[in-house]
Design a protein around this ligand. Sequence first.
Ligand code: AMP
Length: 196
Amino acid sequence: MKLILLGPPGAGKGTQARRLEEGRGLRQLSTGDMLRGEIASGSSLGRQAKAVMDAGHLVSDDIMIALIAHRIDQPDCARGFILDGFPRTVAQAEGLDGMLAAKGMHLDHVIELTVDEAILLDRIRTRVAESGGSVRADDNEEVLKNRLEVYRRQTAPIIPYYRDRGMLKTVDGMQPIDAVSTDIEAILDSELTQVG
Ligand code: AMP
């Protein structure tokens, strides 16, 4: 099963992706985590990405598409994967479609976690406050506001991209974590019933 979880930073995509990884044996592919891994390893890609990420901007589409194309070929993705943080632009969504088609694959679900931005900013402030000083370099409030703006401008347009293709499902991401999980599971199970 191949899924995309969409939603602004702080919507809970990572939490839900990890639950699906544990519950269904799917592999969570967080492009943010992959890039942070590149930075930690000191690779040339990591060095290129660091300044861009620290400013809350997006790493180039070509780099991201190549990163994912390589990653989904690894054996641990054989049972399926959950894309968390990718695609972030319409160009990435188109690149993903082409890449999957070339591999004889297709997406099963695109699930958008919807949020209330005011509550989201509160959540993000709480997350930073609770991190006890171990905040990510890109996790200060100004950068996070910038990331929300980048999301609205560059990532939100992929929502109609998937809606127009009849693939988009939305879940209220402001519910408690368990309720969000229940809604996501219901989407995955209802589609299985229809297919089966
Ligand atoms: P995240 O952990 O998903 O919030 O990502 C952290 C940062 O990594 C983002 O603010 C971007 O700078 C970069 N990034 C992650 N995923 C992508 C992507 N699909 N396209 C471009 N940049 C990305």
